[in-house]
Design a protein around this ligand. Sequence first.
Ligand code: FCB
Length: 392
Amino acid sequence: MQRFPEGFLWGAATAAHQIEGNNVHSDWWRAEQAGLLPHRSEAACDSWNAWRDDIALLKEIGLNAYRLSLEWARIEPEPGYFDQLAIDTYKAQLEALKEAGIEPLVTLHHFTSPRWLADRGGWSNPDVVPRFVNYAQHVAQHTKDLVRWWVTINEPSILAFKAYLEGSWPPHQPRNLRGYVRLMRHARRGHALVRQVLKASRQDAMVSIAFAIWPLQPVRRWSPIDQAMARLGDWFWQGRIMRRSLPALDWIGVNYYSRTFVGWPWPHNPPTTGEKTDFGWEVYPQGLYDVLLRVGCFNKPVVITENGISDADDDQRADYIVAHLREVHRAILAGVDIRGYMHWTLLDNFEWAEGFEQRFGLATRERELRPSARVYGGIARANAITSRLSAG
Ligand code: FCB
């Protein structure tokens, strides 16, 4: 049996645009309507109205934490105009979580931005920094007693890559290296300043970024070119922002899904034959251990802010969860101060450019729990992986 530390946070993670529905003031909604994205989020999971059902699901599974995001485009639909109804709705949600004994981890920016911000160059314009601070100030003022754990920005490296290198996400600017670098810089600066705001409004606030960390490995292990590409790619894409943000991190948020390979020529077929998810991502639990040890060197608390699997028929998810949690436990034994695990995700939702096709949910969009949710809930309730639950 593998026991977890007392008070370990067992949660699920979601993001506003993916579940709330009708996020009409956001850049994503506009791009969806304009046909720039292959799918439309429409009503998503209707969580803007049905959030009580989401909390009921968390309770039913047996979780004591929930990572959710606030939608900037709802809270500030026009520059400088704050929508009180939006704030009140989020407040009611946070109060209900408190009442249910569920610790919230709140993300301020999860990929989507207000349309008006996008019109001004979004994250590539330095003006985003004071705007982001202003938004955070407003949020903090209304929620300070309700939230201790904050994520300022979700996966800046993924957003920068998709938006400015691949160009498949708003603002759809492929090969704009300048945009990429600027987004990363402004995310780092915005984070540091917003952290000060959150800590000024609540002393014990714990503020981080949720970093996407995909171990980058050389396609040909023996090749110095592939090795150099892996190292350089990692530094440019993930290592740099993490290192530079370090002084402004109270803890480290880790989003881990799988590993990726780099080598010359690029792109290429990854040299793996292992199990794949519906998304085509390799199941590679050992990578989570490696990542946790990597961030463990910084001597700060760590929370796995996302880890999960696209698995529509739910025949891999339970094993995936157990295998990854074993790696989490191994990392704890190795001395990493891990405080929690947020499974991605609570319910099937709008998976960005993949629409509703990828099913990452512990529950379906109709909010029916999948069998794997019971396995995860069993672990959370026991605060341990018991031999009865162990996979393999
Ligand atoms: C992460 C995102 C999250 C979700 C998962 C599958 O990169 O943070 O919103 O899309 O991937």
